[in-house]
Ligand binder design. Structure first.
Ligand code: FAD
Length: 404
């Protein structure tokens, strides 16, 4: 038997692939199973297969640093991510399963006048759409994070963007909660099932080829994070995506000292303490396009140098783990969601370094798109792939970068 997963009451795992499904979802990360969940629970569409080449939530869902926030720059971005934060807050109740959602606030540091100006704008846009974000000064920053060096790398902290809705959640639990909810309603989750080709006839997808055989489908959604352009190529079109590794690392656990998430784009670094006491560090993507999940010494040295500038006593901590994911970056640092050049083939892509926080709203809106037969929900219309043809980018570069 080459299919090692056993039946589990919480997560039914079918052994056989059927020859046909109404909906095929490629990729069982948080996004894929969230879409399946909303299709089943809110639209009654359950003849759905989620096909995963590895195991549930083993891609970027397992590798991210779990930052959830909505303090973006554009109105399109803030509106979209704010809805996701609202859904995250209710997710444990919705699942009856604890996703360990913890609201801790996120503090982004400004070291230049230009950043202070940009933060003022972000605070106002955020408040306009109901987010809780304020520009705060050095004194308030000292009170929030007494251990922070206010003059790191000779770049004094001038101000901060204090986003009270900033939070974290247990990433595996998010994937598991959605997968359980979907499979208990009849959705089939097939792990170790790799989609090797997309069958397109007369401009429509009619099926997918997998390492376990060919299946027909009414429509398909690709939700493969760092493999989006590879999958799109199988369907016969190109995506405006460049793929980079993104690394993160974590220390041994220490006593709680840091409640908010703290980030600095100028220092290419963000720092947070987990509920277990470990310190998680993340930063910008590797500076070269690559499909590889190796960790590098170079990144460790540069990232930790900045982290230690921010929190000098951390020089005494020991690193426990370092890892990487593969991230699909768009030039405007916003996702690509919605229709594709193939009629009934839908895109959930371009999630770069920021897509964990979007898991609930992306799943919900992608399910609406599929259930309506291709009517794009207003919330995701600005993120259509053709925005790159018509110069209608949603530029979030300043608000994404090292803050994730
Ligand atoms: P994944 O979880 O990657 O799921 C895609 C799945 O598709 C994978 O399981 C993969 O195996 C499967 N797949 C691929 N090809 C095939 C195929 N041919 N057939 C079948 N299955 C296939 N985001 C935030 O919001 N906050 C953060 O703090 C944050 N930090 C990050 C830190 C790091 C180090 C990394 C790498 C990413 C971070 N992100 C963050 C980004 C976030 O992790 C992703 O955007 C998000 O997880 C994407 O979710 P997904 O479900 O689309 O992808």
């Amino acid at each position: 038997n080459d299919y090692p997963f056993e039946q589990d009451a919480d997560l039914p795992v079918p052994s056989e692939l059927k020859s046909s499904y109404d909906v095929v979802i490629i990729g069982a990360g948080g996004h894929g199973v969230a879409t399946a969940y909303y299709l089943a629970k809110y639209h009654g569409i359950t003849n759905v297969a989620v096909l995963e080449k590895g195991y549930l939530g083993g891609g970027n869902t397992a590798r991210n640093t779990a930052v959830i926030r909505s303090n973006y720059l554009t109105s399109e971005g803030v509106r979209f991510y704010s809805e996701s934060v609202k859904l995250f807050k209710e997710l444990s109740n919705e699942f009856d399963f604890n996703i360990m959602y913890t609201e801790r606030g996120q503090l982004t540091l400004a070291h230049t006048d230009a950043t202070v100006r940009a933060f003022r704008q972000r605070a106002e846009v955020n408040k306009h759409f109901g987010g809780r974000t304020e520009l705060i000064g050095p004194q308030e920053i000292r009170e929030l994070v007494p251990t922070l060096n206010m003059n790191p790398a000779h770049m004094p902290v001038l101000a901060g963007l204090w986003h009270m809705d900033g939070a974290t959640a247990r990433h595996d639990a998010v994937a598991w909660g959605y997968a359980k909810g979907a499979t208990q309603r009849g959705v089939e989750l097939h792990q170790l099932t790799e989609v090797t080709d997309i069958i397109v006839e007369k401009g429509r997808v009619t099926g997918v080829k997998t390492n376990r055989g060919t299946i027909q489908c009414g429509c398909a959604i690709q939700a493969v994070a760092g493999h989006s352009s590879l999958m799109a190529a199988k369907a016969g079109f190109r995506m405006p995506i460049t793929t980079y590794p993104l690394q993160a690392m974590v220390t041994q656990p220490v006593k709680p000292f840091l409640d908010p998430l703290v980030s600095s784009s100028a220092l290419h670094c963000y720092v947070q303490q987990t509920s277990r006491g470990e310190i998680v560090f993340g930063g910008g993507s590797d500076p070269y396009p690559l499909y590889n999940t190796r960790s590098t010494l170079e990144l460790k040295e540069s990232l930790l140098a900045h982290a230690i500038e921010m929190f000098p006593f951390m020089a005494n901590l020991r690193l426990m783990r370092q890892w990487a994911g593969i991230t699909d970056m768009t030039s405007d640092y916003s996702p690509i969601m919605g229709l594709s050049p193939v009629e009934n083939y839908y895109l959930d892509a371009g999630w770069g370094t920021w897509g964990f926080k979007a898991t609930p709203i992306c799943g919900k809106t992608m399910a609406e798109l599929v259930a309506s037969g291709g009517k794009v929900p207003a919330l995701i219309a600005p993120f259509a792939m053709d925005r790159f043809d018509v110069f209608r980018q949603v530029n979030e570069m300043g608000a994404t970068a090292a803050s994730h």
